[in-house]
Design a protein around this ligand. Structure first.
Ligand SMILES: [Zn+2]
Length: 343
């Protein structure tokens, strides 16, 4: 999918100040509206603001964003975003586009980011439409890139993007009725930063529990691999046991409560809540929104405030959750995603 060049997605750039973003080793080029990108989150604001404007072209010390990040102690490794020299210097023309390079990200993931950036309100329907034309391999590739997008959103600290990626991932699993694969779990617990992957892990563990308890045909085949995973990743075992404990506490039936199915607030009163999870269970604001309407839906005008609060048991919250307080700093070393295969 090349959403970044589709007029229906990005509209016209005419008259807009633009920025070129190069993504991945191959430096696939994306031309985006500068203001839109800059206003999306602090990560892009910091990096775009640190690129000298054409009128103040000198660049003392070089790499403004990189240096200031380091001075602020924002941890770790090489910088995620790198400001390249002006295109005009490289190409010798009058192109005044500034250039930002994300060397460790996947260009196919960034295509989905661009879709979200320009079409937040219609993000889900664009994806839904696109899936109809995809081959099974392309759908699996989309899954991989949604996982990458979720992690990218954690790295650049953009919760709304992370939550949109989670919704899309759940919907994709529901559509194809995919199971949680041992390989996906090994990736999340073996290769990912625990903070970045915290919500994906939570969801994956719920998926695993549902798969192991729900299908007599699937559980036996998974038993061996899962035992090996539990032995290799004690955190996975602990998260799994905690999930089962919470489900038992809230009298939820792990056999039928499907983590693929997300329910908006206005459907929680119905019996559907036994068969799915409330919409914000795996969202960044899980601990603060309670049983209310998802704030993203409100912000995008996709829903109305709930007139009531459901007073039943709190199925998924453990009361000690402080996910929303975690501050995630940009890091550069995300190469684990380059061989990502979740089948
Ligand atoms: Zn939400």
């Amino acid at each position: 999918m090349r959403w970044s060049t589709e007029k229906a997605v990005v509209g016209s750039l005419e008259g807009c100040e633009t920025v070129k973003v190069l993504v991945g080793d191959e430096q696939r080029e994306f031309t985006l509206r500068r203001e839109l990108l800059r206003d999306s989150c602090a990560f892009f604001k910091t990096h775009l603001d640190s690129i000298p404007s054409p009128s103040s072209a000198s660049c003392p010390g070089n790499g403004g964003g990189t240096d200031s990040e380091a001075r602020e102690g924002k941890q770790q490794q090489q910088q995620q975003g790198q400001e390249a020299e002006k295109a005009e210097e490289a190409e010798g023309d009058e192109d005044e586009d500034t250039v930002l390079w994300l060397p460790n990200e996947a260009a196919d993931m960034f295509e989905i980011f661009v879709l979200w950036l320009y079409q937040r309100k219609r993000f889900a329907s664009f994806l839904d439409h696109a899936i109809h034309a995809m081959t099974p391999d392309e759908c699996r590739s989309l899954r991989t890139n949604l996982v990458r997008l979720h992690l990218f959103a954690a790295v650049i600290d953009l919760p709304a993007l992370q939550d949109a990626a989670m919704d899309a991932l759940q919907d994709l699993y529901l559509r194809f009725d995919w199971d949680m694969s041992p390989r996906f779990l090994a990736f999340l617990y073996g290769d990912c930063d625990a903070q970045h992957a915290v919500r994906l892990r939570k969801w994956a563990v719920a998926m695993l529990a549902w798969t192991l308890h729900g299908g007599a045909d699937k559980a036996p085949a998974l038993a061996g691999p899962v035992d090996r995973l539990f032995a290799a990743y004690p955190d996975l075992r602990a998260d799994y046991q905690m999930h089962l404990h919470k489900m038992a506490q809230s009298r939820a039936d792990v056999r039928i409560k499907n983590p693929q199915l997300r329910l908006p607030a206005n459907r929680l009163r119905s019996g559907e809540r036994y068969f799915g999870f409330r919409q914000c269970t795996f969202h960044s604001h899980r601990a603060t929104v309670g049983e209310g309407t998802c704030p993203h839906a409100l912000a995008l005008g996709l829903s109305h405030p709930a007139a009531h609060r459901w007073d039943g048991e709190e199925v998924e919250s453990d009361g000690s959750d402080a996910d929303h307080a975690i501050i995630i700093s940009p890091v550069g070393d995300l190469s684990e995603r380059s061989y990502l295969d979740l089948s």
